[in-house]
Design a protein around this ligand. Sequence first.
Ligand code: ADP
Ligand code: ZN
Ligand code: ZN
Length: 803
Amino acid sequence: MIYCDVSLPVPLDQSFTYQLPETLRHRVRAGCRVLVPFGSRKLTGIVLKLHDEAPEGAVKEVFRLIDEEPVLEVELIALGRWIAQYYCAPLGEVLRGMTPLTGEIRKTKLYSLTDSGRDAARQLLLGSAEDDPTLQVLRLLESRPLSATYLQKRLPKAANVIRSLEKKGFVEIEDMEAQRDPLRASASRLRASWLAGAPAGMKLTKRERELHAFLELHPGTHNLGELEVSVTGASQAARSLARRQLIALEPEAPTGVFASEGPPRTLNPHQLPAYQQIDAALNSGKFQTFLMQGVTGSGKTEVYLKSIDACLALGRSALLLVPEIALTPAMAGQFFNRFGDRVAILHSAFHDAERAEQWRRIRSGAATVVVGTRSGVFAPVQNLGLVVVDEEHDQSYKQQDTPRYNGRDVAIVRAQGSSAVVVLGSATPSLESRYNVERGKYTLILLPERIEQRPMPDVEVIDMRQEFLETRKQAVFSRRMVDMVTERLEKGEQTMLLLNRRGFSSFVACRACGERVECINCSVTLTYHRRDRRMLCHYCNYAQKVPTVCPKCGSEYLHFIGTGSEKVEEELHRDFPTARIARMDRDTVSGKRHFETILQGFREGDFDILVGTQMIAKGHDIPNVTLVGVVSADIGLGLPDFRAAERTFQLLTQAAGRAGRGDLPGIVLIQTLNPEHYAIRYASEQNYDGFYAKEIQFRKLMRYPPFSALANVLVRSQKQEDALQMSTELGRLLDPAPEGLKVLGPAEAPVPKLKTEFRYQLLLKAVNRKRLNETLRELQQFAQKRRWGPTGLLIDVDPLTLL
Ligand code: ADP
Ligand code: ZN
Ligand code: ZN
């Protein structure tokens, strides 16, 4: 075994063979990470296989072994291979995404002498010249283990010497978490908040002034990484402002405080048989997938908890995946309360060190219940028995970069490999999952009623066209909405208002010439953000000043069109001057903790009204909310995406589900210009089955999923001619369309220019997976032959958005 095949995080679909140095031959195993030379770079890769077949041509040597224990076990490597194959992604990139420790954990190396190193040191000390670098290193190390940085400072040549000492087995390397100056932490690990005004005469750069003003206008703490998105150069400016004590910078603290929950509950007559079915499947030890379709407030979580209990009792581990936004301290708290220190939480707001710690606890088998978001599906869980995917329809399970996997689907594949039971839970299952019930792949479990027979909320649809005819006013709120909000305020009950669009107004147009103000990088209109006094691109975050005259014709008649959550908040302040109002969207919420702070404040009654985008629609359980208002149900309906109706139905149903969850009954008002649209009608009736029946017909007619295997193929280039040329070539390659395949396009993508790249699109619908996969491979090979570069061709299998 003197060679190993290593998978490297490069966009090439192959592994690379390296020779193992003598010292590593018996230590390297499949699944370990190694550091290897690649061109002029050093890369970390995963060892796939050890063997003794010499490759053709020159072969380079592995530099260093990073882990004594494999970071990816055989089972997970197999899962990685499946992902690479199914999503047409390079294995190296898949595997890198599966090991949270790679690159994320900043380590400093600590060197110490081994026993044989000590012997060698003693011998050398007798015979060598004083200025021999090897001698100097050994001498330094004799006293105590030293860090790489320290050695490097004392002896510039130390690195080379160490490497040769390591090869001889004289030196051991240990990875240590670096103790770092908080101000030097990376931006995403820091939170910034405003402290004090600048004293007269203090000179600030433009960026410092901008950031300082932004923080003053946006009270509270903000994740610095996210600030960088809205304020250019924020990271550097923040450090300099912090040194001058104008702002505070502190490390992003882990979410540590957990709300407590009561003891386990007695399952109600719907929950009990649901649990019993899952329990029976667990006991059979066979792979099986359940779809648990339970209306909002039906107590799905309690069934998850009981099923996890049953799984643990069988000596197996459980994995629970939740959508990005749902993993709040309150949610984690329920699990700590029930399972104590057997729980590991994989949260992206954790420090790297903390995440690594959780990972090790899972790996060692100490943690047997794992709660995590999408990438939690790769947790090194031992003896997996149960996987729960909560809110299985949620879009955040789909990764938006290569590899573009869907965490829910990967979870099912993983469970199959471990003979585990899967429970997919949702009040509004994806069409795909529900269809899998119809064709017998999944078993349906229904929870048709709310806990304690609480009524489903009353839903009223308000026709905003009629409202306009009657009032002759283009108002944000209907009269009915105003009345109902007023009533809540009088009774001391709470209101949630949803508008799924942030900013103040959605675009600015010129009345004289019709020009719309667009982003310079993308072919989309800029959104007006009033508080920041900017026009902002929601795709690339480009920002510019608000124009006072039309950039094209110079006319002063500019028109601000459309309503965003910021405007809703302002109108509320005007209509209800005494109400306490909070807004929750990407502009007011930076970082998970901030999100939880607003939510917690709302739960505790600090606010009367919570305004927000889809963030507020998901999963929150706030008993005093008796009114949910949807300001405009139409925003998503017009999108050129075959899932537009499904999305709208899900969003409205979930939002409506926030009302009346306590002892008080709830009411939901949906304002719309399309009251007869089936997505809105069925959502207002909370009628999933009705919606499913209607939507599945459309999918069948149009051969959209679940009636075809779909892939979105994008070609991209900075030059429009190139992008057009590339898409034409692909179009020719697929003309006539291969048997069993339907090709739409090539055509301009719905957003033809994004982040300075021009984009063309082909949509592939195939009768089966195999056909689709073969064709996509052909396209990849073609792109490689034509040297389109790693970003020229983008393949998205099972795309969740076509925009
Ligand atoms: P879902 O996720 O289905 O919308 P939840 O799991 O949030 O519903 O449950 C709704 C509420 O009912 C929660 O406050 C939960 O604590 C409570 N609950 C769940 N099961 C029971 C039960 N068997 N008895 C009493 N209360 C329950
Ligand atoms: Zn104009
Ligand atoms: Zn843009």
